[in-house]
Design a protein around this ligand. Structure first.
Ligand code: ZN
Ligand code: ZN
Length: 221
């Protein structure tokens, strides 16, 4: 055995040892990746199962009202109407066709919010443009809302309310309620702009009206 031959064997063993180390490292990495994929898949499956269960408990608005009609007399009256409505919007249309009572529209708006909360859905779609306006929840004075031809049921984004009014909103169009004043609420740039400067209108002499989400907690229904 020559010295160079020994050297070659040593080098070969070193190379083989390196390959084994490299192979083991790769196998460990592959196992870890597979475990990660498996975990991600299991996690995704878990989320799908949760979503499935959530969907199963969601009932349509009419059934939900029916379940609560023992506690809330008005729900019983609505749930027993002969119309084919299933959604709050359809019931609202029927109520308006039969008779317009602003108090009923207010109650229906609150009932819809309670149903949305119970089914963990959050909808703040503008009735005119259909845009989700979760960042444009506000309350304006009754007269302003009425001037836009709105009843207490229904929601308009700032742009569509201004379009209906034919003017820009001013800070004194808004009620002094938490929805308008609390910095914790998410607000679009234009809503922030309309609310800013001067003081916000007082709510003492006028009937508050809803534009956007009501502030009625679901446990009051
Ligand atoms: Zn109405
Ligand atoms: Zn709109």
């Amino acid at each position: 055995m020559t010295e160079s031959h020994v050297e070659q064997q040593v080098q070969a063993r070193i190379a083989a040892a390196r390959r084994r180390t490299e192979d083991m490292r790769r196998q460990r990495a592959e196992l870890a990746a597979a475990r990660k994929r498996g975990l991600a898949q299991r996690h995704a499956q878990k989320l799908r199962n949760l979503e499935q269960r959530r969907r199963e408990v969601i009932v349509n608005f009419r059934d939900w009202l029916g379940q609560r009609s023992r506690r809330v007399a008005l729900y019983g009256i609505w749930a027993a109407t002969s119309g084919t409505w299933a959604t709050a919007e359809e019931l609202h249309t029927e109520l308006h066709q039969a008779r317009v009572d602003i108090r009923e529209c207010t109650h229906l708006a609150a009932a819809k919010d309670a149903w949305l909360a119970a089914t963990e859905q959050w909808e703040h779609d503008c009735v005119d443009c259909g845009t989700d306006s979760t960042d444009e929840r506000y309350m304006v004075l009754h007269d302003v809302w009425a001037a836009a031809g709105m009843c207490p049921f229904g929601f308009l984004c700032i742009g569509c309310l201004e379009q209906r009014l034919g003017r820009r909103l001013r800070p004194d169009d808004f009620l002094e309620v938490l929805l308008n004043t609390d910095p914790g609420y998410q607000r679009s740039e234009r809503l922030t702009d309309r609310l800013s400067t001067a003081t916000v209108g007082q709510s003492t002499t006028v009937q508050p009206n809803r534009g956007g989400m009501t502030t009625v907690p679901k446990d009051q229904l």
